[in-house]
Design a protein around this ligand. Sequence first.
Ligand code: ATP
Length: 230
Amino acid sequence: MLKISDLNTFYGDSHVLHNVSLTVEQGKVTVLLGRNGMGKTTTIHSIMGIIQSKKGKIVLEEQEIQSKTSFQVSKLGVALVPQGRRIFPNLTVKENLMTTYRPAENGWTLEQIYDTFPRLKEREASMGGALSGGEQQMLSIGRALLTNPKLLLLDEPSEGLSPLMVQEVKRIIRELKKQGLTMLLVEQNLSMALELADRIYILNKGSIVFEGSPDELSSAVKHKYLLLSS
Ligand SMILES: Nc1ncnc2c1ncn2[C@@H]1O[C@H](COP(=O)(O)OP(=O)(O)OP(=O)(O)O)[C@@H](O)[C@H]1O
């Protein structure tokens, strides 16, 4: 569904992504792992058109999208659950959900979101800013789903959540996968990544240093790129 080739992204003169290539297969969960500051969010933002890459190609279902704006990328069916959730604190839960609603045949509706996240129904009239971190994460995922995407990008959805809420996020990702949604998940939570991933990529200092199935990820690679501090 998505193929990135030789992507190079800069912030001013600072060269952050170095020839990043990765593939996201339809219906699969692809996980991008890496420690803090290795370029995971930059990769996601490059796909989404939030930042323009200097060199390289991003192809979504045979269409090149590397020069498109985030609005255009979103219209092509890519949705982002951003790091830090970014919900609107002064809008109600329902208003947050409806801001980006894009109806689709056999797609997500508000009622289906409430069925999947019953807590959001209970808190429908509450202000976004009054929700717990876990509830805000559900809201952020629900809001992205209501754009009816074909590809969902999730940037560290487990960050800052209680163990119980991390379980809930895992349940939802599994449920979405069962429904056939294609996902690219950025994570630092290794156990979560290993449980959910069909394919894993590891970013280190802006370069892909590992690609394989969770079974192929050796403890040597884990220790080198994920567990030890740099
Ligand atoms: N707006 C920016 N301007 C300049 N440098 C940036 C900017 N955003 C990120 N960087 C730098 O780019 C590098 C990659 O950052 P990025 O946020 O992509 O990493 P990450 O792997 O997502 O880490 P984290 O888990 O901390 O979000 C870091 O060195 C970071 O300091």
